[in-house]
Design a protein around this ligand. Sequence first.
Ligand code: FAD
Length: 493
Amino acid sequence: MPDVIVVGAGNAALCAALAARERGAEVLVLEKAEFGERGGNTFFSGGGFRFPYNGLEDLRSVIPDLSEEELKRIEVGSYTEADMRADLIRVTEGKADSEMVDHLISEAYSTVRWMHEKHAQRWVLMYGRQAYEVDGKLHFWGGMITEAVGGGEGLSEGLFKATEQAGIEVRYGAKASALLTDEQTGRVTGVRVQTSDAVEAISAGAVILAAGGFEANVEMRTRYLGAGWEFAKVRGTRHNTGEVIRQALEIGAQPYGHWSSGHAVAWDLNAPSTGNRRVGDLYQKHSYPLGLIVNIHGERFVDEGADLRNYTYAKYGREILHQPFGVAFQIFDQQTVSMLRDEYRIREITKGESDTIDGLADTLGIDETGLVSTIESYNAACQSGVFNPAVLDGLSTKGIEPPKSNWALPLNEPPYFGVAVTCGLTFTFGGLRIKAKTSQVVDTEDRPMPGLFAAGELIGGLFYHNYAGGTGLMAGAVFGRSAGYAAAEAVLS
Ligand SMILES: Cc1cc2nc3c(=O)[nH]c(=O)nc-3n(C[C@H](O)[C@H](O)[C@H](O)COP(=O)(O)OP(=O)(O)OC[C@H]3O[C@@H](n4cnc5c(N)ncnc54)[C@H](O)[C@@H]3O)c2cc1C
């Protein structure tokens, strides 16, 4: 019998498994997907991590191979614990659980070092996505400036390799279908597992749940997020269907967090209904702060420049879903086309180009009169100033609704370029309540549930309304590691 069972095999689960093993526990990982689909949303992710750092030296400890040549060309600044706290509180409209935020922030950097030093995870600076060249130097911005080598796939493969090296068994095609409890004490004693041809009860000293959110379950996302969410595309794995959250609620776990909300972005209109492992996160279209977003009538509906991209992208998918037909279009001109992110240069993109605005409208299927009128009013509302995409440059519009608060260059240098997008749901915000420091699940009376721990996207309390890019993986690693240590200690002490 294993000491600890971990349910799921994404970033949170494998960090939990590695931490429990480090404390001496025998660990078994149960993963619903077959081997060829392993890795959960973690595999599909960009691999970006948000953590506080006090300057270049902190980054060099986790990216030791930064060359002298590179160092001369970059400005990384610092991102203090206070900065990260302020960002998490601001984007969640003050609702993020402060104990969870404190634990996340105080453990983030040491967890990144742990992944690097103990488990050979490698990192690079996010040159392509989180830096702009200003005055001959690459200026990093937005708090999240490092990514795993190889992105989400590299992160996932690295974690599986570390898991294998640690002697941890991962069972694929093994779906947790119920949590086992002791009838007398209520203690969680194991997991019922369903494979393609059998059902088995596996006992363990403790169970860590890390099976993701419910975004890929059309019934649950419509029930909790609301009408229309049936039509959202799912950006990642088809296996995050929420049954493990339900299993925990059924035995008395406390629901927590923003159940009617989730992380949702602009996603290619013709992307498949769930993630494609080859294209990964490249269906996303995140360069809208450099242009405009309109609906099918040619009308704007959000402030594209309200904040740095990392602080608006996760809530704008929802706005797109609520537009007619759930469709929107991002429009750029030649002043910014060369600055668009890598995801605008893939084959699988729904795009159009034209020398005129009405020609672009015609190509993309936008109402021509509406789009021409919107661009004319927008151009007339642009104020003069210095454009700098690496900071909130204050280059804004005046007299139009919604405003564009930063980076408001007039759209007047053809050819014009546009892409068609819809809403891509990344993960859901509602989940289980845990104790911040140990990741132990608490029941509806706030009592820690013996033998039950949780981490990753199936916990609630950190994300409300919105999200700061790079926090999902970081939080999964931090709370996963804490869960692993606490579960092992509970069993072995
Ligand atoms: C396209 C995309 C890009 C992203 N980019 C970033 C980024 O750059 N930075 C960032 O911080 N975050 C990013 N995210 C979010 C990030 O992927 C998640 O925050 C993170 O991977 C969640 O990790 P997890 O371990 O909780 O869940 P997952 O990695 O989703 O793992 C959950 C696992 O549980 C398994 N499972 C489900 N049900 C069961 C069951 N009943 N029994 C057994 N196993 C089960 C699933 O098969 C899955 O493997 C991105 C997400 C997507 C989809």
